[in-house]
Design a protein around this ligand. Structure first.
Ligand code: PRX
Length: 613
């Protein structure tokens, strides 16, 4: 006889059977070790295809239910997509990919604007067992190239272009630039803007033509629970992005579980998560979480301030949005633009609000609560990460709202605060987790050693989030920000090392150091200290060139806000750059503590003078 599962495993197995359709229902819960060799597995004997849960069962039971109300940035571009239609699009696309030779386990890069085909593409990959890797459409050709190479994609799915704030983003030309000398054999192009684009016959394929030719039925590929579902690149403390791997069974269970636990959507709800599918929030709370529950959603290509700052609220009224999930940076931007843009809309359908991506400061919290939610909607300040797959902390008790607190962990999630020696502390420390949950990332693509070192190296036996947190007397958590060399700009996670690599790549730069600096709108801004070669003169033109260089190397979101040229950087005697001091200089602070142990303490005074602090 099989031993009875532990109460925790029983809980997760219950959730797994209640929320997901399985080909073979799992009997095993979690099996994990947070000590080297780190291994994380959930529902190992389960077999499923995630699209059965996210698409087929709703297409069968409620084919006319709306899956998406889509609106382009150009608001005349509107589409209503039912679950029945979603199934047709996904199956045809899955067959199109098969026709291009894509098979189970192959990697497919998706580089798209926020259009319905981005969702179809992800689900079409999942349907046939291919592993998708969505690269945010704002990333440059160089960043796209790096990611294609790392995951070894053989197909890229893109569009001619997208629009953001009235500007055209030329996606197809970025793909053309990114794919030479990569394993990419085929490019599928959605003609979204109808623009003239270069075309490579034999390699490039028109999405519309493929869909017309494809059969509308495609049987879902049976997948082991632990087979990979997707790779999503995120920034870490070094210059190379990390390919976070999520698997089919555990990730889907956790996305569905958190969607239900935190937002509890009903058939009458209209859910709108404003994230881009290029980030984990779009994966978990536009695609897999909401669709697993048959939720009706709004999908929007544009930005909140285009053509003006009332755009989101007009859409909330137009589609009767009841649950709205966004990022603090957007709230702060809209808050600055005042209350006039709110006057033409009522937003009276809203019942629940959400926030994600960075700490929400009490001022933004109150504005969101009072002016957007009419004082009646609880705010779910959800804390989580690309690596956690889904929400780990949220104020589930709606009667207990504390601005700035992500409140408590969800059931069976075990946060601990550790000091620098790995000892538990009562009220402040490194936010770590003592046990696994089904949505936890399993590895970094092609680099399990980096996975072990990054997340379990400092405090063996714990998952280390990289965030600091405080816990108050009621046990509520307040996230204080990253404790590593990662910065969070407008909710986008960027590695200082990656920006430094871009700057160092520019002509004339000897060395650079990048730090985050408080920014009232973006949360953190980017401040770069740059040491130039002796024969290169600092100038405004060079500042602009370096900023443009970072934009083309990574993305516009990584462009430094300030570049300060200097003759040297403060270093320890072992040559390590003292970022703690640079952070203070950038923030205009003057209390640097003891700098006598530096190899070059005189540099600090010079840097202070240069910034005029
Ligand atoms: O620093 C935390 C911050 O965003 C980081 C994770 O970034 P990423 O993997 O890009 O995922 C963003 C969307 C889940 C975290 O390490 N963060 C996320 N949510 C919050 C937050 N900081 C404070 N409060 C939050 N609610």
């Amino acid at each position: 006889m099989m031993p009875a599962p532990s109460p925790v495993d029983a809980y997760w197995l219950d959730r797994a059977t209640a929320l997901v359709d399985w080909i073979k229902v799992p009997t095993q819960g979690g099996a994990f070790s947070f000590h080297t060799p780190v291994s994380i597995r959930w529902f190992q004997d389960g077999i499923l295809n995630v699209t059965t849960t996210c698409v087929d069962r709703h297409a069968a039971a409620t084919p006319d239910r709306v899956a998406f109300f889509y609106e382009g940035e150009d608001e005349t571009q509107r589409q209503t997509i039912t679950y029945g239609q979603l199934q047709d699009h996904v199956c045809r696309f899955a067959n199109s990919l098969k026709a291009l030779g894509v098979a189970k386990g192959d990697r497919v890069v998706i580089y798209m604007p926020m259009i319905p085909q981005a969702v179809y593409a992800m689900l079409a990959c999942a349907r046939i067992g291919a592993v998708h890797s969505v690269v945010f459409g704002g990333f440059s050709a160089h960043a796209l190239h790096t990611r294609i190479m790392d995951c070894g994609a053989k197909v890229v799915i893109t569009a001619d272009g997208g629009t953001r704030g009235g500007k055209v983003i030329a996606l197809k030309s970025a793909v053309d630039e990114a794919i030479p000398e990569t394993p990419v054999q085929h490019v599928v192009v959605v003609r979204h803007l109808g623009q003239d684009i270069p075309w490579t016959a034999g390699r490039d394929h028109d999405y519309g033509d493929l869909q017309k030719a494809a059969a509308p039925i495609c049987d879902p590929e049976p997948m082991q629970a632990e087979d990979p579902l997707f790779i999503l690149y995120t920034s870490g403390s070094t210059g190379t992005p990390k390919g976070v791997v999520h698997t089919c069974g555990g990730y889907l269970v956790y996305a569905a579980h958190t969607m239900q636990t935190v937002f509890d959507p009903k058939a009458s709800d209209v859910f709108w998560c404003t994230a881009d599918v290029g980030w984990i929030t779009g994966h978990s709370y536009i695609v897999y979480g909401p669709l697993s529950m048959g939720t009706t959603q709004v999908l929007f290509e544009g930005v909140p301030t285009w053509p003006d700052a009332s755009r989101w609220w007009q859409m909330v009224d137009r589609y009767g949005v009841t649950i709205f999930y966004t990022a603090p940076t957007a709230i702060r931007t809209l808050m600055r633009l005042g209350l006039d843009p709110l006057n033409t809309t009522h937003r009276s359908t809203l019942r629940l609000l959400g926030s994600v991506g960075e700490p929400i400061d009490p001022e933004a919290w109150h504005w969101y609560h009072t002016h957007i939610g009419g004082g009646r909607c609880p705010i779910m300040d959800t804390w989580w990460q690309t690596e956690t797959g889904g929400i780990l902390m949220a104020p589930l008790d709606h009667t207990h709202q504390k601005p700035g607190f992500a409140a408590k962990a969800l059931p069976h999630i075990q946060p601990v605060l550790l000091d620098t020696h790995g000892q538990p502390t009562a009220d402040e420390g490194n936010l770590c987790f003592a046990t696994s949950w089904p949505g936890q990332a399993r590895t970094l693509h092609g680099d399990h050693a980096r996975f072990e070192k990054t997340y379990f190296g400092d405090f063996p036996g714990f998952y280390v989030s990289g965030d600091g947190a405080k816990r108050d007397e009621s046990g509520d958590y307040r996230i204080t920000g990253r404790v590593d060399d990662v910065i969070n700009v407008s909710g986008h996670r960027l590695s200082t090392a990656e920006i430094e690599a871009a700057l160092d790549d520019a002509h004339g730069v000897i060395e650079s150091a990048v730090v985050g600096v408080p920014d009232p709108l973006k949360g953190q801004g980017i401040y770069a200290f740059v040491v130039l070669a002796s024969d290169v003169m600092a100038s405004d033109a060079l500042t602009k060139d370096l900023m443009d260089h970072v934009r083309t190397y990574i993305s516009a979101i990584a462009k430094p806000d300030h570049i300060q040229f200097c003759d040297g950087l403060p270093k320890t005697r072992s040559g390590k750059i003292m970022r703690r001091i640079l952070r203070k200089i950038a923030a205009g602070e003057s209390d640097f503590g003891d700098i006598s142990t530096l190899a070059n303490p005189e540099v600090v005074a010079v840097l202070r003078r240069t910034t005029g602090v």
